[in-house]
Design a binder for this molecule. Structure first.
Ligand code: G6P
Length: 367
């Protein structure tokens, strides 16, 4: 299979730009846009009968699973246990016979994720796998493969596979909610319509590249960065920090904004920019007060928000990246893009090997 960079400098840049298209393909596989419904899936379990769902994965795939937890619990009232696969495989979690397991992996070959799958196999519960490589070991050993249609991902730092994993998880959560009676037909139609708008919004966000590049030029001067977010923006904050570490080698931490006062606030000064992911959502005001705490201590804030959020936040920022106002269900998919673009441009300014960062591998097949 030949893949080239086209007009892009790096595979990562190309893969970031492919997102509107691959998100659209992936969503269309799970959702019937015209009919306004989620498609029936041939699952080895019945969502209505599950008492829990266990999700396990590594790296960026783990963070998509963590966002999935918010969706399954909120939309389908289905409790989710989520673990990093290297912890899951050894932590001797009691597995309910009425549960199912879901593994998320771009490559389908990650050793710890595969070991977690085999642990669940021994416990004899049904197993689903969200994978990008359909002929992979994890796909083969699961009872059902839920593909992400991202196409081959070459850049070591996962980008398009992540937003496609989110697309599958959101679709599955809708499916689960319908099966469990927590999503009415009207609500299903609304959610499906909102998801169908994700590719268009993603395209709009890609056009913010000049501004994001400018912010990245600044970021490249710092040694430490703190990312904050609440709710589904908390896993995204961790994803933003992970991406920065991986490809620009800048030390970064992703924190739940509410935990600021329990530790990271001690680090705040003018030498550590704080990137806050805060669309105008149900807890926006809480995040604004966290930003005030940062600003009062001389911290420099880069705010990633939407039009409404930008107009309502009175906090002084170093820069505000304003995204379109998007429906809540697609926010994690859309906000993933500026986070990836910030890491990408910062790495370009740092002159690192963006597609093959030092010490990292695309697929980690050893423990
Ligand atoms: C490596 C890659 C990450 C990826 C993780 C999990 O660390 O560098 O980008 O998120 O493995 O890989 P998987 O193929 O299981 O998604």
């Amino acid at each position: 299979y030949m893949v080239d960079k086209g007009n892009h400098r790096h595979f990562m840049e190309k893969e970031i730009h492919e997102q509107p298209e691959v998100i659209s393909h992936t969503l269309a596989h799970y959702l019937d846009f015209a009919g306004g419904v989620s498609r029936k899936l041939d699952l080895p379990f019945d969502f209505a009968k599950l008492d829990r769902l266990a999700i396990s994965a590594c790296g960026t795939a783990f963070l998509s699973g963590l966002i999935g937890k918010y969706w399954f619990e909120r939309l389908a009232r289905l409790p989710v246990d989520i673990d990093i696969a290297s912890e899951f495989r050894y932590r001797e979690m009691p597995i309910s016979p009425d549960s199912a397991a879901l593994f998320v992996s771009q490559s389908g070959e990650t050793a710890d994720t595969l070991a977690s799958l085999r642990y669940c196999r021994k416990a004899d519960i049904p197993i689903g796998a969200i994978v990008n490589v359909r002929e992979s070991t994890i796909a083969r050993e699961s009872d059902v493969t839920l593909p992400t249609l991202a196409g081959p991902e070459i850049g070591v730092a996962s980008t398009k596979a992540f937003t496609c994993q989110l697309s599958v998880l959101a679709s599955l959560a809708i499916r689960a909610g319908v099966a469990r009676g927590t999503i009415s037909p009207e609500k299903e139609r609304k959610l499906v319509r909102e998801l169908s708008e994700a590719p268009r919004y993603a395209g709009q966000v890609l056009r913010l590249d000049r501004q994001i590049e400018k912010v990245a030029r600044e970021l490249a001067h710092y040694k430490h960065v703190l990312y904050l977010g609440r709710d589904t923006n908390y896993p995204l904050a961790m994803e933003g920090a992970l991406k920065l570490k991986e490809i620009s080698y800048i030390h970064a931490e992703g924190y739940a904004a509410g935990e600021l006062k329990h530790g990271p606030i001690a680090l705040i000064d003018e030498h550590m920019p704080v990137i806050v992911i805060a669309p105008h959502d149900r807890i926006f005001e809480k995040t604004v007060s966290n930003m005030q705490e940062v600003a009062a201590r001389g911290g420099k804030i880069i705010l990633i928000t939407d039009k409404k959020g930008a107009s309502l936040s009175s906090v002084e920022t170093m820069e505000t990246i304003v995204l379109p106002d998007v429906p809540e269900i697609i926010a994690p998919i859309i906000y993933a893009l500026p986070v990836q673009m910030l890491a990408y441009f910062t790495a370009v300014f740092m002159g690192t090997d963006v597609d093959q960062p030092r010490n990292l591998a695309k697929s980690v097949t050893v423990e």
